[in-house]
Ligand binder design. Structure first.
Ligand code: ATP
Ligand code: MG
Length: 427
């Protein structure tokens, strides 16, 4: 007997009802980003493995244990399903010379990312991110803009109440080096309390120990030297500039000196939007500045900042606070009899010619059953076709949402004008 075929663990189908929510979500995000002048960019899902190692850092959770890396069986290339989008976006910007002569670009993209993690609520192996990147801009003003985009979006999605903003500064390279020495000294003195991962990271990337998910190590991490005590003046001024802009804009924020982010490319500003409503997986959006990444990947020096939001987690939050957004058809076409079918199809097409959405039952179905479906669909109008209407080259119109209005009959030639009048206030 053949084995039952199933989707790969941690990779989900998004079925029609849910997919409708996704469309609404993506349209809301696209509208919001347009308002800030961000352009879409579409990038490959597969990149050379070396790109992610160089961008994200060898000693990170992602590169050490979460990447879908493979050798192309046909030509031996080392490839990886992208675990995040920033590396590919920066690679594309360099490759196509987008940052020549101090140019700047505001970009966004959306799509699946892949990480080999333990699947659980809010954590999948194929998940989706919307990434927003501002390349070539150095000031705290662009950091503030990126945060304002988030704040506006939570409003538009109806989830602003449940989300808080945490901020930190990672400083520049010398500050991080000094902090690193202090961390090595501190964690070496507590060697006995470190788990296996952290012991390995102690020499190679001690900052990553602060990013541990191990609950047994939280107290130790809590008491570790803080980066904020080593911050350089320029980074401090940048951070103060950002918090001032946020305060004036009325965006609430909280300093989290433990916020380091799981990828090596960040410097100065880092931030996370988190919620307590989703259990353990509470970070819905995260980002920061990555001024060194463009040179690190072979481009001319240029500053940059960006963030990525987790679509599944944000949609889960939307589902917690509100009813799903359902797009009802505008028109339901009801028909009876063989001659009526062709006539009904014509009516539905005429409605679509007018830019309306029209649904009709295919195959044999009773008049009553079709009326029930029409009512349940949420449609505004029913177009009814029986033998009489066929004879008269007409259609009967019932106003499903307004019982005070009498059903009427119009000729097919009059139908476009009736629809135009009925839907005049709609886009
Ligand atoms: P976490 O700490 O939850 O592992 P992260 O720091 O690894 O998150 P980022 O690389 O910053 O995550 O990705 C940005 C966002 O993408 C996260 O805030 C989260 O909303 C989402 N995300 C990351 N990994 C997953 C995953 N495996 N499944 C679902 N969403 C994810
Ligand atoms: Mg992670």
């Amino acid at each position: 007997m053949s084995q039952k075929l199933q989707a790969v663990r941690g990779m989900n189908d998004i079925l029609p009802e849910e997919a409708e929510q996704w469309q609404w979500f993506e349209a809301t995000v696209a509208r919001c980003l347009k308002g800030y002048g961000y352009s879409p960019i579409r990038l490959p899902i597969v990149e050379h493995t070396a790109l992610f190692k160089r961008a994200i850092g060898e000693v990170t959770d992602i590169v050490e244990k979460e990447m879908y890396a493979f050798t192309d069986a046909l030509n031996g290339e080392e490839l990886t399903l992208r675990p995040e989008g920033t590396a590919g976006c920066v690679r594309a910007a360099i490759e196509h010379n987008l940052l020549a002569q101090g140019a700047s670009h505001r970009l966004w993209y959306c799509g699946p990312m892949f990480r080999h993690e333990r699947p659980q609520k809010g954590r999948y192996r194929q998940f989706h991110q919307i990434g927003v990147e501002a390349l070539g801009l150095a000031g705290p003003d662009i950091d503030a803009e990126l945060i304002l985009i988030g704040a506006r979006l939570w409003q538009a999605l109806g989830i602003a109440e449940g989300i808080t903003l945490e901020l930190n500064s990672l400083g520049d390279a010398p500050a991080r080096a000094a902090h690193r020495s202090a961390l090595v000294e501190y964690f070496s003195a507590h060697r006995g309390e470190l788990d296996e991962d952290s012991l390995r990271r102690l020499e190679r990337n001690p900052l990553r120990i602060l990013d541990t998910k191990n609950p047994q190590m939280q107290a130790l991490v809590e008491a570790a030297p803080k980066l904020s005590d080593y911050l350089d003046d320029a980074s401090r001024a940048h951070f103060d500039g950002l918090t001032h802009l946020l305060d004036v804009a009325g965006v609430k924020w909280k300093l989290n000196p433990r916020l380091v982010r799981g990828l090596d490319y960040y410097n100065r500003t880092v931030f996370e939007w988190t919620t307590t409503r989703l259990g353990a997986q509470g970070t819905v959006c995260a980002g920061g500045r990555y001024d060194g990444l463009i040179t690190q990947l072979g481009g001319k020096p240029a500053p940059a900042a960006g963030f990525a939001m987790g679509v599944e987690r944000l949609l889960a939050l939307c589902a917690e606070v509100q009813q799903p957004v359902r797009e009802a058809p505008e028109i339901y076409v009801i028909h009876q009899g063989e001659a009526a079918l062709a006539h009904a199809l014509r009516c539905a097409e005429l409605a679509r010619d007018e830019g309306r959405t029209a649904l009709m039952t295919m195959g044999e179905a009773g008049f009553k059953a079709q009326f029930r479906k029409a009512n349940a669909s949420g449609a505004l109008l029913a177009l009814i076709v029986g033998d009489d209407e066929v004879q008269a080259d007409a259609v009967s119109v019932k106003f499903l949402r307004d019982e005070s209005r009498e059903q009427c009959r119009v000729s097919l030639a009059e139908l476009p004008a009736l629809l135009a009048a009925e839907f005049a206030v709609r886009p």
